[in-house]
Write a protein that binds this ligand. Structure first.
Ligand code: ATP
Length: 112
């Protein structure tokens, strides 16, 4: 299993949600976050220390997927979130050790 974390432009959330439904994703966690990539953020010197300014509002999605689902989920997010302009976002993939459905006690891919 993998945890897919995608940081996208907020106005793309509905499109990405629809694209994820089409590839069979049944659960997503969504958070409002702020961040910067190489284009928008910049560092500022203040009394000898560097400060990062220009955090832009973004939406972060967290999606637990089986290894079999991974490619189609990455493809769905990439296609739906893209505008071709800077700041379209980024997808992070990390190993996911365990998932537990609290109501039933199901674990692993059955709990996704
Ligand atoms: N290396 C990183 N680590 C953690 N979060 C990141 C990283 N790079 C980008 N992000 C997050 O993703 C958001 C979108 O990044 P963004 O698309 O601006 O990246 P970029 O590398 O500058 O790409 P682009 O050239 O398309 O703008 C950022 O606002 C930040 O929240």
């Amino acid at each position: 299993m993998k945890l897919v974390s995608a940081v996208i432009k907020p106005f793309k959330l509905d499109d990405v949600r629809a694209a994820l439904s089409e590839v069979g994703v049944q659960g997503v966690t969504v958070s409002e976050v702020k961040g910067f990539g190489r284009q928008k953020g910049h560092t500022e010197l203040y009394r000898g220390a560097e400060y990062v300014v220009d955090f832009l509002p973004k939406v972060k999605l967290e999606i637990a997927v089986s290894d079999d689902q991974l490619d189609s989920v990455i493809d769905a997010v990439t296609r739906a979130a893209a505008t071709g302009k800077i700041g379209d976002g980024k997808i992070f993939v990390t190993p996911l050790e365990q998932v537990i459905r609290i109501r039933t006690g199901e674990t692993g891919e059955e709990a996704i």
